[in-house]
Design a protein around this ligand. Structure first.
Ligand SMILES: *Cc1c(COP(=O)(O)O)cnc(C)c1O
Length: 429
């Protein structure tokens, strides 16, 4: 069956034909590609068409697809059983491996998705502080837990309205949504309600509105405000964790803000290496609030799954090798610089940015600082670029509000082929 036939068939039995909305290509139009297999930096669809993959399963595939050491670890774990519902040594090893790279956390709990990790982190923050209110920022995605499915109305500091049907207004009445990188709004929120705020949750580099960095003074000030008011600072590193640096985005901020640490960190994507695995962690003291030690309940039948932990551990082992992030970062920079140059030669306004193996680009002349500015960039041009690249065998994220990912498997030839394609497409824009 070709992609169109598969999509037609899928829509009969799966709403919208997909199990996660962005895969349906609604933002860019056209027929989603049904992927048949992947190897290294490439994927092949049901029609045998090959693509250079810059989605990498939305981040996890930092080593590329089918890395031999990871594959071997997964196969050998599978032979020993898929799931036991009892503790294993590998869970301990993975927890140790995560903690070893992230000095702000002393303990982690493993779960199966970023959504679960984010939701549990909020419950822990509320349980540990005895407070209800949480602050999030417009354009940041923290999974689809009810309390987090909110965005602000008009860039004003306002208690959110649910962004999804099925979320009662009462469930989000404690969620305050502020503009990303807006110092005045966060000052005002703490001035008026500081004693009620359990936590501030942020994507330190927001990859769910393409690629927008939290500015250093903004992060520094949130840290101070949280400390002054007894609130916890939650870094959602589901996308950035082990993707932008071995020490995750918090290590990037610690370079600019000496001694900087968030209180709670949330991980997913890369730590599972493509298997359903995520985690949240913080100090031993705060983690003591979790069941079975404390009153904050949290559990999972498949949490710490033996095959998933094998995949995550083998992935972490590879990315911990000396020079891994230097090489990945240089390759990603080369891609973004090449795209920027090609666009400039074609006279097209274009800006890009990257950190480690994560990148973003916009059809505009200045890097956006918040969601409204991202949304004001040239969407039509992005969509034409996306389809032009897809037709030439380059698979970019199918929406302008998503980040892109380079893997260690991308070769110089892959980057060069991508830039050739981009030059050809820019000429048609
Ligand atoms: C992907 C993502 C999530 C949700 O993770 P899932 O595994 O899709 O549930 C949460 N936060 C951020 C920052 C993400 O990028």
């Amino acid at each position: 069956m070709n992609n169109a036939q598969l999509f037609e068939r899928a829509q009969q039995v799966i709403p919208g034909g997909v199990n996660s909305p962005v895969r349906a290509f609604r933002a860019v139009g056209g027929t989603p590609r049904f992927i048949a297999r992947a190897q290294g930096a490439c994927m092949w669809d049901a029609e045998g068409q090959k693509y250079i993959d810059y989605i990498g399963s939305w981040g996890p595939m930092i080593l590329g697809h089918g890395h031999p050491a990871v594959l071997e670890a997964v196969l050998s774990a599978a032979r020993e059983g898929f799931s036991y519902g009892a503790p294993t040594e590998r869970e301990v090893e993975l927890a140790e491996a995560i903690i070893a790279q992230v000095p702000s956390i002393e303990q982690v709990r493993l779960v199966s998705s970023g959504t679960e990790a984010g939701m549990s982190a909020i419950r822990l923050a509320r349980g540990a502080t005895g407070r209800s209110k949480i602050i999030k920022f417009e354009g940041c995605y923290h999974g689809h837990a009810d309390a987090l499915l909110v965005k602000a109305g008009s860039g004003l500091a306002t208690f959110g309205h649910p962004t999804s049907a099925g979320v009662p207004a009462e469930v989000v009445q404690h969620t305050l949504v502020l503009e990303y990188n807006n110092l005045e709004q966060i000052e005002e929120a703490f001035r008026t309600q500081g004693a009620e705020i359990a936590c501030v949750m942020i994507e330190p580099i927001a990859g769910n509105m393409n690629f927008v960095r939290a500015q250093v003074p903004f992060v520094k000030r949130i840290r101070e405000l949280c400390d002054q008011h007894g609130a916890l600072f939650v870094f959602d590193e589901v996308m950035t964790g082990f993707r932008v640096a071995l020490g995750s985005a918090q290590s990037v901020f610690a370079k600019a803000i000496p001694g900087f640490k968030p209180d709670i960190s949330v991980f997913g994507k890369v730590i599972g290496g493509g298997m359903p695995l995520a985690a949240f962690g913080t100090t031993r003291q705060i983690m003591q609030n979790l069941a079975p030690l404390g009153p904050v309940y949290q559990a999972g039948t498949l949490s710490g799954n033996p095959v998933a932990t094998a995949c995550g551990l083998a992935t972490l082992k590879e990315i911990s090798k000396p020079g891994f992030y230097e090489a990945l970062g240089a390759k990603t920079q080369q891609l973004v610089a090449g795209l920027t140059l090609a666009a400039r030669d074609a006279g097209i306004p274009f800006v890009g940015d990257s950190e480690g193996g994560m990148f973003g680009f916009f059809f505009t002349s200045e890097l956006p600082q918040n969601y409204n500015v991202v949304m004001a960039t040239d969407k039509e041009r992005f969509n034409r670029f996306f389809h032009g690249m897809l037709d030439r065998g380059v698979y970019l994220a199918p929406a302008l509000y998503e980040a892109g990912f380079v893997s260690a498997a991308h070769t110089d030839a892959d980057i060069a082929a991508t830039l050739d394609a981009a030059r050809a497409v820019f000429a048609t824009l």
